[in-house]
Design a protein around this ligand. Structure first.
Ligand SMILES: Cc1cc2nc3c(=O)[nH]c(=O)nc-3n(C[C@H](O)[C@H](O)[C@H](O)COP(=O)(O)O)c2cc1C
Length: 427
């Protein structure tokens, strides 16, 4: 395969940053963080492999802006007083081979497992509805004004810290049912103050975060947003909302918008919706992203279900500038290099197709995370079983939850000590 394929053509972003090709490692939470909530040794090895594997841009797994609001155990948090040395090493490993690296920064809002503890915040006190699995998540607290302002400041602090640590940019996670998406969604945001109601109000938090970050980082530091094309739930954030938010972002100094979809209740990012809409079998959100090219003055990327170079080329031919790939790069970190030698190469991704869709979804995440751990441990990979991955994943999660709770949550229960001060115990 010649290097003149569209997938391997460079692109220059609005801030002047050049990416060597159109292939992007999309965010995947690795759950390989150290007890200190910093990236550990396995993470560094994993990212070096992605950099050497040929992608133009690596977007990290989500990094929390608040260590007391974590999407899962073994996660990473970056706050204004965090030691930057491990983050600096992480950026260095990811930047090998002329690869750019952006940190995805995130706040889970109400999507915090009850078992983890910590803060479960949301625009309104509406819990997740996962049928018989709903009890895994708490009823969140409706945020007051001070909590909203605190979250904005935290996003800005984390972005500034990412720049100091040597990252080339940040991606603000406003998709998949996390906090910023919760504010955008009329199902979860039922506020009657300036942070809820009209779309302009529902987007106020996202826009404040984007503008707050852009005002504090260098001009050549990339600021990107991951946005749902729709929540794929009745009464949720829909396609018209997405087009209007993209138009708002046109004027906010953003360098890339990644189009995804869904949330924990309606996992469209795994190809399943909760309304009647159907998604394409590959490149799930391509039709939506293509429609948004008419509105967007910012480069667009779409992620979801992309496995083969033929699909990559279809995405680019539709006018979408970049192609996000997650699962396929977990199974095959050197996928771009393979494509340069064999254009028809397709990684085989083991998947669970059980009747219980929630369990299948958990098993599929567990498989991918097991691949990440194996690459990080320097092991070769092979076809992993969904059931075994789910069991091993649950056992590992249990251990990591215990570690997190013992260091960050339990020491402060019923005490007046500052939550999080136990960090020193975790060093
Ligand atoms: C194990 C795993 C972890 C993920 N973690 C994140 C994350 O931290 N942030 C995010 O925006 N998306 C996350 N995703 C979603 C992916 O970025 C992507 O949108 C989704 O997997 C669809 O792309 P794919 O079909 O190429 O995997 C994760 C996906 C997987 C499989």
């Amino acid at each position: 395969m010649a290097a003149t394929q569209p997938a391997f053509e460079p692109i220059r972003l609005p801030n002047g940053q050049q990416l060597k090709n159109r292939l992007v490692k999309a965010a995947m939470e690795e759950n390989l963080g150290a007890a200190t909530l910093a990236p550990g040794g396995e993470m560094l090895r994993l990212y070096r492999q992605w950099a050497e594997g040929g992608v133009g841009l690596i977007i990290t797994g989500n990094v929390m802006v608040d260590k007391l609001a974590m999407t899962g155990p073994g996660g990473v948090a970056l706050e204004d007083d965090t030691d930057l040395a491990p983050f600096h090493h992480w950026a260095l490993e990811a930047k090998h081979n002329n690869t750019r690296v952006w940190m995805q920064i995130s706040h889970p809002g109400r999507q915090v497992f009850k078992a983890m503890g910590g803060k479960a915040l949301a625009p309104s006190a509406i819990a997740l509805n996962l049928g018989k699995h709903s009890k895994m998540f708490p009823v969140p607290k409706a945020m007051d004004e001070a909590e909203i302002l605190d979250v904005i400041q935290r996003f800005v602090n984390t972005a500034q810290q990412a720049e100091r640590a040597g990252f080339d940019g940040v991606q603000i996670h406003a998709a998949h049912g996390y906090l910023l998406n919760q504010f955008l969604s009329p199902r979860v945001n039922q506020r009657q103050d300036p942070w809820g109601g009209s779309l302009e109000n529902r987007a106020r938090l996202l826009m404040a975060v984007v503008r707050g970050i852009r005002a504090k980082v260098s001009k050549d530091f990339a600021v990107a947003v991951k946005l749902n094309s729709a929540d794929f739930q009745r009464g949720g954030f829909d396609q018209q909302d997405a087009a209007a938010v993209v138009a708002m972002l046109n004027r906010a100094g953003v360098d890339l918008i990644e189009i995804s979809g869904g949330n924990y209740e309606a996992p469209a990012m795994q190809g399943r919706t909760a309304d009647d809409s159907t998604l394409a079998r590959e490149a799930y959100f391509l039709e939506f992203a293509q429609a948004l090219t008419k509105v967007s003055e910012v480069p667009l990327m779409t992620t979801g279900g992309i496995r083969g170079l033929d699909t990559v080329e279809r995405v680019l031919a539709a006018g979408v500038d970049l192609v996000g790939i997650a699962s396929a790069l977990a199974v095959q970190p050197d996928l771009p290099l393979r494509w340069q030698h064999r254009a028809d190469f397709r990684p085989e991704i083991p998947t669970a197709k059980w009747k219980d869709k929630t369990l299948s979804g958990l098993a599929n995440m567990a498989i991918i995370k097991r691949y990440l751990k194996r690459w990080g441990a320097g092991k070769s990979s092979y076809r992993l079983s969904p059931l075994l991955s789910l069991i091993l994943g649950q056992l590992r999660q249990k251990k990591l939850v215990k570690r997190y709770r013992s260091l960050y949550i339990e020491p402060f229960q019923g005490s007046t000590m500052q939550p999080g001060a136990a960090e020193t115990l975790a060093q």
